[in-house]
Design a protein around this ligand. Structure first.
Ligand code: AFP
Length: 341
């Protein structure tokens, strides 16, 4: 009998225990962040359960509304947004919420207000719901610097100022990946316990990967550096093997694979979309934060993604993120292009 393995199996590191351990490293902490996180975790569990029941509960289908990006909203989007907004406000720890589903930022009423600003996409990849492909929730957390009346400027901060970021993937299992600024850890929901258990401690992205991930259907409109990079992936001239292409079209799933296996995920600008497609505050920043914390990089085609200062809450940006060496290559191609201009 393997007593050591048994001891390990019975000594479960739940996300609550993990966060409390982290909190104890900061004696000045009042536990506000742990409370906020427990409300986010509750939202993720609720959405996970709703996603799993979607077909049965006839939740799939259009809710008849259109979101701020002009996309038709599914019932699950509406539901997930409601759940997260309510969970975040009821935590008593938030002051401003920015959701992909709401055109305007939500300013929490003073009696329920706390110090944190949360930016989130409650159900990213929603066009994949009907065919059962992995989808997810993405979130980023900022803290108000002082106790002034909250304004939009409190969320229009560079990603570098984020305190924490994460995503929850609703796939073959429900996985929550989190960084509070000292590494990245992954937790898997044990449905029988209803608890997220630490299953992927201290995730580090491989320095170089064998996979590139991009919507090649947009290739005819790409700029020079993106086209050159993808050409190099397919027809390397240095004797190395071509890279494999994997693209799900659901950012959480594509980024999760990139984080675990290495490689690069790209949503570049193109002639039709000069700013790409993905949203700075609740897609680009949280994923870039996680990538850097795992030892990778994130680049917009012009600068380090986390240095961007958004001017609008639903702003978009091109993005290249993943293994350090792979992002270095795309950076070199953009630098060469800039020299020519
Ligand atoms: P949906 O929420 O409309 O499915 O969009 C998902 C997404 O925002 C992101 O999760 C994907 O990485 C990206 O869009 C896929 O976009 P393309 O369909 O243009 O490749």
């Amino acid at each position: 009998m393997d007593h050591e393995a048994d001891a390990h199996r019975t000594d479960l590191m739940t996300i609550t225990r993990f966060v409390l351990n982290e909190q104890s490293k900061h004696p000045e902490s009042r536990g506000d962040f742990s409370i906020l996180l427990s409300h986010i975790v509750l939202g993720c569990k609720f959405v996970c359960s709703a996603v799993n029941k979607a077909g049965l509960a006839k939740l799939i289908g259009l809710a008849g509304e259109t979101n701020v990006q002009g996309e038709e909203q599914k019932k699950l989007d509406v539901l997930s947004n409601d759940v997260f907004v309510k969970a975040l406000i009821s935590s008593g720890r938030t002051c401003i919420l920015v959701s992909e589903e709401d055109e305007e930022a939500i300013f929490v009423e003073p009696s329920k207000r706390g110090r944190y600003c949360v930016v989130f996409d409650p159900l990213d990849g929603s066009s994949n719901i009907d065919c059962g492909v992995s989808i997810g929730t993405i979130f980023g957390i900022y803290m108000m610097k002082d106790s002034h009346e909250p304004t939009l400027d409190d969320v229009l901060q560079p990603g570098n100022n984020m305190l924490a970021a994460g995503y929850c993937m609703y796939g073959s299992s429900c996985t929550l990946v989190l960084s509070t600024g000292s590494g990245v850890n992954g937790f898997t929901l044990d449905p029988s316990l209803g608890e997220f258990i630490l299953t992927h401690p201290d995730i580090k992205i491989p320095k170089k990967g064998k996979i590139y991930s991009v919507n090649e259907g947009n290739a005819k409109n790409w700029d020079g550096p993106t086209a050159k990079y993808v050409e190099k992936c397919k027809f390397p001239k240095d004797g190395s093997s071509p890279k494999s292409l994997r693209y799900i079209g659901s950012m959480v799933a594509d980024v999760h694979r990139t984080l675990l296996y290495g490689g690069i995920f790209m949503y570049p600008r193109d002639k039709k979309s000069p700013n790409g497609k993905l949203r700075v505050l609740y897609e680009v920043f949280p994923m870039s934060f996680l990538m850097e914390q795992a030892g990778g990089q994130s680049f917009t085609g012009k600068q380090r993604a986390l240095d961007l200062v958004p001017k609008k809450i639903h702003e978009r940006s091109p993005i290249f993120l993943g293994s350090y060496d792979d992002v270095e290559e795309i950076k070199a191609l953009y630098a060469a292009e800039e020299k020519k201009e």
